[in-house]
Design a protein around this ligand. Structure first.
Ligand SMILES: NC(=O)c1ccc[n+]([C@@H]2O[C@H](COP(=O)([O-])OP(=O)(O)OC[C@H]3O[C@@H](n4cnc5c(N)ncnc54)[C@H](O)[C@@H]3O)[C@@H](O)[C@H]2O)c1
Length: 261
């Protein structure tokens, strides 16, 4: 039977959420704890991880400060979650950076490499290191926070758009390779979400005109508004849970109707 409002969807499950101090990540951690999971959150800075744990104030939450673009860090945080909680059932590969907003012909090479290292290499390493842990538990679910810009272009976000397109390719390969291990792999493709990342893109796009940039984005959305961190966390919970038992290799839009036109 389905549980009301996904209250116990992750009861007894262990989850790892990367980018767990950010807008979508932190809200996802809170939602997963509320659904009965134990959660290890990963983010770059120890100070931010400590602050997130203080705000969560939960005996079921642990933190790890590490860089998702490092293979060694990935091995360490998955091992830490498995050792502390006895195994891993759910992984949300959510850490990501938008990079600078700049036309292709001006886009700095080093910035391109940084964005690809976090978004693409980080997802590759996460998939690679997570799968054996989930297999040891007899299966599980991996949710990758990608973007609508994994499906369409967006001016001045070349590195971001390219990395998100590539991430969707990796999700499909992982879904094929991990299905025999009973590990499902799905991507979420959010449109613009009301949080730090969109504010950064707005401010970089129109110095002093962030409000106008936001209004222009809203005008492209059938629903006329940005999404919320909660609306993405809810979809992540669904895909993480056995309620999504027949879904793998999917790209799930949460974009306010952006791609409907
Ligand atoms: N905000 C949006 O409108 C939007 C839209 C589509 C997709 N997304 C995707 O959602 C995901 C979450 O982003 P968000 O919107 O919560 O933004 P955010 O900036 O609030 O969160 C991203 C988090 O990832 C962490 N992070 C960055 N680099 C890292 C690294 N190398 N190692 C570990 N952690 C790292 C950051 O410190 C931050 O806490 C990202 O993958 C982003 O691309 C966001």
């Amino acid at each position: 039977m389905l549980s009301a409002g996904g209250m116990n969807d992750l009861a007894g499950r262990v989850a790892v959420v990367t980018g767990g101090c950010g807008g979508i990540g932190f809200t996802t951690v809170k939602r997963f704890l509320g659904a009965g999971a134990k959660v290890l959150l990963v983010d770059r800075l120890q100070s931010e991880v400590d602050e997130a744990l203080t705000r969560l104030d939960s005996k079921d939450a642990l933190g790890f400060a590490g860089d998702v673009s490092s293979g060694e860090a990935n091995a360490q945080f998955f091992r830490a979650a498995a050792e502390r909680f006895g195994g891993i059932d759910v992984v949300v590969l959510n850490a990501g950076v938008e990079g600078v907003v700049r036309p292709l012909i001006e886009y700095p090479e080093a910035e391109f490499d940084r964005v690809v290292a976090v978004n693409l290499r980080g997802t590759f390493l996460g998939l690679k290191e997570a799968a054996p842990h989930l297999q040891r538990r007899g299966g599980g679910s991996i949710v990758v926070t990608a973007s609508v810009t994994g499906l369409v272009g967006s001016r001045h976000l070349g590195a971001y758009v390219a990395s998100e397109h590539a991430v969707l390719g990796l999700v499909k390969v992982a879904a094929l390779e991990f299905a025999p291990m009973k590990v499902r792999v799905n991507a979420i493709a959010p449109g613009p979400i009301e949080n730090r990342m969109m504010r950064s893109i707005e401010e970089q796009s129109g110095t002093g005109h962030a409000d106008q940039v936001k209004a222009a984005y809203n005008a492209q959305l059938a629903m006329g508004r940005y999404g919320t961190n909660e609306e993405i966390a809810e979809l992540a919970l669904f895909l993480a849970s056995t309620r999504a038992s027949y879904s793998t290799g999917g790209v799930f839009l949460a974009d306010g109707g952006f791609l409907a036109q």
